[in-house]
Design a protein around this ligand. Sequence first.
Ligand SMILES: [Zn+2]
Length: 127
Amino acid sequence: MSYTVVNKDELENSGSTSEFEGYLHGDTDVSFILVDMQPGRDPVGETSATPTRTSTGCAFSGKIELLARQMEADAVFHVECPACLAVREIHPKGDSVMFSWHIKRVTTTPHHGKRWVRRGNIWELAD
Ligand SMILES: [Zn+2]
C-alpha cells in the first residue's frame, strides 16, 4: 500500500469543485472530484402552494418480530413503535403481526399501561 498526499491547490480547480486525476500523480489509477458547495435547497415546498405539512409518516411499519400467539398469551394488543413511540392497537390475523403505517409521534411523553416494546430484537411487555 502506498500513499500519495495531494494539496488541494494542486488539483484542477474549477469554481467550487476540485478534480483529482490519478495519472497526473504518479502510478495511480483513481480519479475523484471534490465538491465544495452549499447543500441545495429543496425546491419542493418552496414552490408548492399547499401548506407545510407538520406531521410526517413514521419510517417504522410492516411486519414485526412479535408473534400473535405471544400477544394472545398475555392478552396485550398494544404495541409501541420503536422509532417514534406511538402506540397502536393491533389485532393480528394469522401469526404475523403488522405494524401499520402511522403518523410519527411528536411528543416523547412516556406511555402507561401494558404494551409491547422492542428492546434490541426482542419484544417485551412493559408497564
Ligand atoms: Zn413510529
